[in-house]
Design a protein around this ligand. Structure first.
Ligand code: ADP
Ligand code: MG
Length: 481
């Protein structure tokens, strides 16, 4: 089952013929890229992560390439942990990432690059950008598909108000944790106002990037003009603005010039203005001077509506093929509480699962597919719990299970418990051996392989394993409450 493929270190040797591999033997870089987009946002993805190419997977690390040192350093200092986390979802044994610098001269988006010769990190003029590139507003993030709840109602209303009557709240500053819908709102504002005004939608990262680039290419005048000409300035993730004095200076002046001429400014951030430590005090106080609103964590009701909405949307997209049960929807909206992005991501994963396997996942599969998003940490599934559940199921005592007796009625349950421990926990083979009365790790491997084989030909066994997995993960949950 899918459990096998998601479990650590078990990928290559155990080919399950009855189902396609959820995770292939090799890391599927496309999946990682999709996750990076979802997790870190389109803007960061487009600016940086898209440029990462997969070279190869080695023993416990992956080798990736990026076109320049600058990009490597930037990615390493900001996103490496998160990229690694994503890779680990698919390949648990990967513990680090290495970058090789490979020029990508054929890449349309870029001019000839050669940063090997320069040590200057600020030299970003190799990126061929047009200003227009910064104005890519996402057509899919609109007011009409923004689901409203008590946690985001104020931010929604203020955003809407801005589109009706600009300069009403100026600047409008929306803040909140990751994945709460800030960018979605900013996009919605942009889409709406674009109909009538000149809109500039940019992330703070890109603003910095563009700023540095303009200095290097002596295009500062153009830069200033461009920004100061806009009617609406929408800046996403202002907390990333940590540029040098000169840049903050420029930003401050642009900001003031725009406010003076009555342009609307909307800013989002992950924190309140006074907590923006890397930003000059005078800019912070400018932010505080407008309307400051926070988006809070989604409450249960909102989560439910988002899951419902998203599954319906997917269902339409796939012509009614996606049938996610009420139980699973409830599980997702009850368990994934941190952010709307994770919630949406969870629904997407479940949908992918359904499409890969041609069936909606059951609860145990859902838990495994969403494992990294759930708070049920795997070490709450203890070996003791697994042994207890398995013993009860096969009606043997724990002493019997742990004994060295080889009667057939004991061997199978024992092997099953060992197998389940392997797939449901991250314990190593010797560790598992110790917990099963100091058995040798080769015995553990043998047990796991045996069950794997039996599962393939014996549907009864497959069902039992499913039941057991469900019980273990379920009991685990009940214990939590
Ligand atoms: P943030 O900018 O706060 O980190 P995003 O705006 O990028 O979060 O939202 C993350 C994802 O969740 C996006 O796909 C977005 O469309 C979706 N999303 C967030 N809030 C809502 C909402 N209230 N209704 C519908 N989708 C939402
Ligand atoms: Mg955002």
């Amino acid at each position: 089952m899918v459990l096998t493929e998601l479990s650590p270190n078990m990928n290559n040797n155990y080919k399950n013929k009855s189902l396609p591999n959820y995770k292939s033997v090799f890391l599927d870089w496309n999946l990682v890229q999709t996750d990076m987009k979802n997790k870190l946002g389109m803007d960061i993805y487009e600016s940086w992560l898209k440029k990462i190419k997969f070279i190869e997977e080695l023993n416990n690390y992956v080798l990736l390439s990026v076109p320049t040192r600058f990009i490597r350093d930037w990615i390493t200092s900001r996103y490496l942990d998160q990229i690694l986390q994503i890779i680990k979802i698919y390949k648990k044994n990967i513990i680090r990432i290495e970058f090789k610098i490979v020029e990508q001269t054929s890449d349309k988006d870029e001019n000839k690059i050669n940063l090997e010769t320069t040590e200057n990190k600020d030299n970003v003029s190799f990126i061929k950008d047009t200003y227009l590139q910064y104005n890519r507003i996402d057509q899919n993030k609109r007011f009409d598909n923004f689901v409203i709840g008590s946690s985001n109602k104020l931010a929604y209303e203020a955003s809407l108000k801005v589109t009706e009557n600009i300069s009403h709240y100026n600047p409008l500053y929306i803040y909140g944790g990751v994945g709460m819908g800030k960018t979605h709102l900013l996009n919605s504002i942009g889409l709406e106002l674009k109909k009538k005004y000149k809109v500039m939608f940019i992330s703070a990262e890109r603003f910095m990037y563009q700023f540095v680039k303009s200095i290097k290419s002596n295009e500062m005048v153009k830069f200033k003009e461009y920004f100061r000409n806009t009617d609406i300035l929408l800046i996403d993730d202002i907390q990333f603005m940590n540029g040098k004095e000169a840049m903050q200076e420029e930003f401050f002046h642009t900001f003031n010039a725009l406010l003076d001429k009555g342009s609307q400014i909307v800013v989002t951030a992950d924190r309140a203005p006074n907590n923006l430590t890397r930003i000059q005090e005078r800019i912070r106080s400018r932010f505080s001077g407008g309307l400051v609103i926070d988006v809070q964590k989604p409450e249960n009701e909102l989560r439910k509506r988002i899951v419902e909405g998203k599954t319906n949307e997917m269902n339409k997209l796939y012509l009614g093929q996606i049938n996610i049960s009420k139980e699973i929807k409830e599980f997702i909206s009850n368990e994934i509480t941190n952010s709307i992005r994770e919630l949406v991501g969870a629904v997407n994963r479940i949908v992918s699962f359904s499409r890969i396997y041609n069936k909606a996942p059951n609860l145990a599969e859902t838990k495994l597919v969403l494992k990294d998003l759930l708070n049920l940490s795997e070490n709450k599934v203890t070996i003791d719990l697994i042994q207890t559940v398995v013993c009860k199921f096969f009606k043997i005592s724990k002493n019997e299970m742990l004994s060295s007796r080889r009667s057939r009625y004991l061997v199978r349950p024992r092997q099953t418990a060992i197998y389940l421990t392997k797939i449901l926990t991250s314990k190593s083979l010797p560790e598992i051996g110790r917990e099963f009365s100091n058995r040798d790790h080769t015995t553990i491997i043998h047990s796991v392989r045996t069950i794997e084989k039996i599962k393939q030909r014996d549907t009864e066994m497959l069902k039992n394993i499913e039941k057991l997995k469900n019980q273990i993960l379920y009991v685990n949950k009940e214990n939590e409450i």
